[in-house]
Design a protein around this ligand. Sequence first.
Ligand code: PMP
Ligand code: GLU
Length: 391
Amino acid sequence: MKLFDLSQRMENVQSSPTVRLNALAQELIKAGKDVVNLTAGETDFDTPEAVVEATVTAMKAGKTRYTAPHGTPELRAAVAAWFAREFQLTYKPSQVTVTAGVKQGLFHLILATVSPGNEVLIPAPYWVSYPEMVRIAGGTPVVVDGGGEFHLDLKKIRKLLNSKTRMVILNSPNNPSGGMYAREELEGLAKLLEGTDVLVASDEIYSSLVYDGSFVPFASLSADAYQRTITFNGLSKSHAMTGWRVGFAAGAAPVIEGMGILQAQSATHITSFVQSGAIEALKESRADFAPRLQDMRERRDLSVSMLREIPHLELEVPKGAFYVFPQLKFYMDKLGGGSEALAEYLLTDAEVAVVPGKHFGDDSRIRISFSKDRKSLEKGFRRIQAALAKL
Ligand code: PMP
Ligand code: GLU
């Protein structure tokens, strides 16, 4: 062991590529480069004014001291009421915990329930942080390849389930593909898991951003699915509150308790006065969100139509979230590399920043975020079209 050696636990853990590439694009822009940053997993809307006001009022009223680790009783009750209103899912406040974003909540769940030697099934394409979190906990991430189109391969999952399987992590609507699982697929998985001790972590952070079809919360499928599912949601995407760090989880009380122990021993709780803003945010109705949803739908349509002008490209139209995940193998072959080589080419040649699909479990694709303003999107896609045409 040397002075600056990191722990054994860190040996197989990578830093977050989405966070890293977004920071890199921002640095280049600051240095005067005309980079179109299509890496970011965040919208350009402002946080609703009422949320800001409620937070400032709380701060001025002296709500600046420690709160309970799971969040204030008022906020836990507000989250429980929100689940009931949005999805007809009944949770007691004791079944709810509030974390610094869904990211911290997932981290706590995995650390609290996955033991060394356990396997965690992660259908691909998946959000970059899931496998790393499982590794940090000493578990083994087992990627379930979907085979191109976004769907749950129940046959593969059936084969992979064994006595070491501890959890399945679902993310629908999906980052990076914008895909959404069909109800029948989710019902099939719920049936498959009956009688097992496999938890489901259902990351539903994009549930408000659905353009086609209807969103199905996994916990709503059956009494058994409700029991085994920890449902995650948050304010980052729906309320343009990425920097505020507010996420919540709901599920079986013993698991939520475990997550609370980790919170109490680490951050203690999320920022006190932010919790008052979160209560205000949860009052927002679907009707309040409708104009923002329509705006994002138009950006999706623009992105899809501009991508469709590119030959040799395969594209599944995103049903939700704010990403497109086109297959660009033809151009990668021309470059003689994979998704990292193509992303690097687009950054240097076209000054457009995107995220290589490799980090999401598919090296033949790149992830493009369409949460940007229309002018930037048009500029970015024009540049991508021109750069690819050169190949
Ligand atoms: N899950 C998914 C699928 C995401 O894309 C993100 C990041 N944008 C998160 C969780 C984490 O979000 P946050 O921590 O901001 O709530
Ligand atoms: N989740 C967003 C993304 O995928 C934000 C960055 C991150 O937390 O990974 O880009």
